[in-house]
Write a protein that binds this ligand. Structure first.
Ligand SMILES: [Zn+2]
Length: 376
């Protein structure tokens, strides 16, 4: 957010502990013991079958009493209220999120409501949601509603890479799309307040850079390993970049245009567009921001090459909206420039019209790159 109050403190915040490895769920009792003995386990029915049963077994063996809260699918206020009631009536003493970004966002908000600590166990490396002290909430129809902020980050983030590797590779690629925005956004907002309402520290800038370095070095290799369900050093590194580095990097570094434009795209009422994942839409938002930043063609193409190599969309047609009208894009630009949006962290002249032109320019650059690659 723009630093109108002239805050001079730097702030960095993070989970207390991050654990990642191929046997993390099997060893979960050891890591979660400091949080309590009676968790509310929030997971949807599919994830419960894939990983929830083995987690429950591991915890029960460790003497935990697990209460199940079935996640309905949308990170909405209604869902948070419903799960809070279950938690309250069962007398749980901490909350576990097991699943994707929307599950962790819902569980973080539920734990905040119950004034309990939360452990986040992501089953995909598809978003930067697990580590942060905020949730992105949606209306029950999937349209972006608001950011919700909490007093504390999750106490523990535990990532079992033997579970992550069984998720479709598209999830890892989407996480790469989300993580690729981290450095592009953070480096553009060094003088604005981050999500901790302080200035970014040196380490948050370094985290954004490291995150990007890993993605360029290993992104494609990791997605290919994921296709073969192979847990390799490249795969582990990209899971860490998508989950830990991207999470710390965006929260303590700051967001800018890429995520604001993403938020705005969620409001287009188009079934095809809604099929795309958070990081896939963020990837296109990143191209828009690079255009706004006046990136050189060589720099733009460096990002687009990586995005393309892992199957991320770089044009509006690839985002499922080949016939989107200028009128619709103007309303996206208008929403991206809403007063509370992260786009205002950029310290430069901005308007709906400038953002509309950046979106058009991003699509043109993406199409040009596609035809260049096709002509090779
Ligand atoms: Zn994101």
């Amino acid at each position: 957010m723009p630093n109108v109050q002239r805050v001079t403190e730097k702030v960095f915040q993070s989970p207390s502990k991050y654990i990642q490895g191929p046997a993390a769920i099997k060893n979960a009792a050891k890591y979660l013991a400091p949080l309590g003995k009676a968790p509310l386990l929030i997971a949807d029915t599919i994830v419960y079958e894939i990983a929830g049963k083995s987690l429950t077994a591991a915890l029960e063996q460790g003497g935990f009493k697990v209460t199940r809260g079935v996640f309905g699918g949308e990170a909405s206020n209604q869902e948070i209220q419903r799960l809070s009631v279950i938690g309250q009536s069962s007398g749980v003493d901490f909350v576990i999120a097991l699943g994707g970004g929307k599950t962790s966002d819902t569980a973080k908000a539920t734990a905040d409501q119950l004034k309990l600590e939360v452990a986040v166990l992501p089953t995909t490396a598809s978003t930067d949601a697990p580590c942060s002290a905020l949730s992105v909430l949606y209306h029950p129809n999937g349209e972006f509603a608001q950011y919700s902020f909490f007093m504390k980050n999750p106490s523990i983030v535990l990532v079992d890479t033997s579970v992550i590797v069984r998720a479709p590779p598209r999830f890892l690629a989407s996480g790469i799309g989300d993580a690729l925005a981290t450095n592009v956004e953070a480096r553009a907002v060094r003088n604005s307040l981050n999500f901790g309402k302080g200035l970014p520290t040196e380490v948050s800038a370094a985290i954004g850079q490291k995150c990007e370095e890993i993605l360029f070095k290993y992104g494609r290799q990791a997605v290919e390993a994921n296709k073969a369900q192979a847990i390799t050093p490249a795969f582990e590194a990209v899971v860490e970049a998508n989950t830990l580095l991207s999470g710390l990097g965006f929260e303590s570094g700051g967001l800018a245009a890429a995520h604001a434009i993403y938020d705005a795209f969620t409001a287009i009422d188009d079934h095809n567009l809604h099929q795309f994942m958070h990081g896939e839409k963020v990837a296109f938002g990143t191209i828009c921001q690079l255009i706004l930043d006046g990136a050189s063609t060589a720099e733009l193409e460096r990002y687009m090459e990586l995005m393309r190599s892992v199957g991320l969309p770089i044009t509006l047609a690839q985002l499922g909206i080949p016939n989107v009208t200028d009128e619709q894009l103007r309303s996206v630009a208008r929403l991206a420039c809403a007063p509370e949006e992260t786009i205002w962290n950029l310290d430069r002249v901005l308007s709906d019209d400038i953002v509309f032109n950046a979106i058009k320019g991003a699509d043109a650059a993406g199409r040009d790159y596609e035809s260049k690659v096709a002509g090779r």
